[in-house]
Design a protein around this ligand. Structure first.
Ligand code: SAH
Ligand code: SF4
Length: 386
């Protein structure tokens, strides 16, 4: 069987070389050729002995993802759609800014969490990506952009695991890929500039802190369990009190002294000033005041089946004012790439739902008796979808 060298972190590649009877330092050379120079053909790796190149070509390959399409937004954002086989496709998005280049990448084909407001969640879950498939998105984007922009220096300075999928439900592959991103012989990214975003898989947050601490974003979206249960169904398993304690524990390992909380603004659902005050209470109740939290308000990016609406700019500003007046660092995320459906939560790729998440979501939705006023707007969602 041909090994995909994108699957290995440096330690794994060293073991692979040893098994072939080669010295470990050959792995460093190979790793640098692949990740720093973007080489995929062993023939191009000119400082490796011809015999080693031939040996490698016989049992290994650098296997990129198949590109299906590329779309460039008016604002410079680029979205790539990759074929990952068996009818599944995933997306990656490059977001250029003056002082940095951010790549948003996918960790799964689909997602099993099934958040109400997320296009990926509505698609259901097909499978986990391998470490090689996760890193292949960065490998492709970095080297494509260098060629495209004719620059021989690093273009991507930040990676956010905010594409399709729940990264902490694909833990082993995630950590393997993170190690390649952080390795000085790989992409040499700073831990502070690699962000894992999670809907709150509590045990895996603890493991990430111990195994490979990077910046953490937690998708909160509601300060009360009843509402969060409905928006982020994983909340029923890991309710807010447990989630907040896990956030505080993560701070002991985090490369930054804060955690970013994400809050998708849904008109009439979670955007009232009262809920902003509840949010402050929740964060304060976790101890240590508010200095360890940053809040990122994301205007909801609509997609046809959601039946939900984006909060008006006035509602967003009023919500943000309650928070900033209390001293919570709050930003309102600029929507990028929405003309090419590359904004947060619009990444739907195209996956075959193999676990019937969508069927379960719909059953649960129709079975749910929604009585509280907070949830009332969501009742319309149930009617509006399918
Ligand atoms: N599964 C992880 C990471 C991928 S989602 C998570 O949920 O954190 C990345 C971010 O996009 C999350 O904060 C998510 O809540 C947000 N998001 C999802 N759908 C969205 C939508 N339609 N509009 C705006 N943000 C959305
Ligand atoms: Fe999955 Fe994140 Fe979308 Fe929720 S918001 S369905 S966890 S990708």
């Amino acid at each position: 069987m041909t090994a995909n060298l994108l699957d290995y972190d440096l330690e794994g590649l060293a073991l692979f070389c040893e098994q072939l009877g080669e010295k470990r330092f050959r792995a460093t050379q190979l790793f640098r050729w692949i990740h720093q120079k973007g080489a995929s053909q062993f023939d191009a790796m000119t400082d490796l002995a011809k015999s080693l190149r031939e040996k490698m070509a016989g049992c290994a390959a650098v296997t990129p993802l198949k590109l299906i399409s590329q779309h460039e937004s008016r604002d410079g954002t680029i979205k790539w759609l990759f074929d990952v086989g068996a009818g599944d496709a995933v997306e990656a998005v490059f977001i250029p800014e003056t002082d940095r280049g951010t790549l948003c990448i996918s960790s799964q084909a689909g997602c099993a969490v099934g958040c109400r407001f997320c296009s990926t969640g509505h698609q259901g879950f097909s499978r986990n990506l391998t470490a090689g498939e996760i890193i292949a998105q960065l490998w492709f984007a970095e080297h494509f952009l260098r060629k495209h922009l004719a620059r021989d220096e690093r273009i991507i300075s930040n990676v956010v695991m905010m594409g399709m999928g729940e990264p902490l439900q694909n833990y082993d592959a995630l950590v393997q890929a993170l190690r390649v991103m952080l390795d000085d012989h790989g992409y040499g990214l700073s831990r502070r500039r690699v962000t894992v975003s999670t809907s709150g898989v509590v045990p895996m947050m603890d493991r990430l802190g111990a195994d490979c601490p990077v910046a953490l974003a937690v998708s909160l979206h509601a300060p009360q369990d009843l509402l969060r249960d409905h928006l982020v169904p994983l909340n029923k398993k890991y309710p807010l009190a447990e989630l907040m304690q896990a956030c505080v524990r993560y701070l002991d390992h985090a490369p930054r002294d804060f955690i970013t909380f994400e809050y998708c603004m849904l008109e009439g659902v979670n955007d009232s000033p009262e809920l902003a005050r509840d949010l402050l209470d929740l964060l304060r109740a976790s101890g240590g005041g508010l200095a360890w939290c940053k809040l990122n308000l994301i205007p909801f990016n609509p997609f046809p089946a959601s039946g939900l609406k984006r909060s008006s700019p006035e509602r967003v500003t009023a919500f943000a004012k309650v928070l900033t007046d209390a001293g919570l660092v709050t930003t309102i995320r600029k929507t990028r790439g929405d003309d090419i459906d590359a904004a947060c939560g619009q990444l739907a790729g195209d996956v075959k739902d193999r676990t019937q998440v969508v069927v379960r979501m719909n059953k649960q939705r129709s079975a749910m008796a929604i009585s509280t006023p907070i949830l009332a707007p969501l009742a319309n969602t149930a009617l509006g979808v399918e």
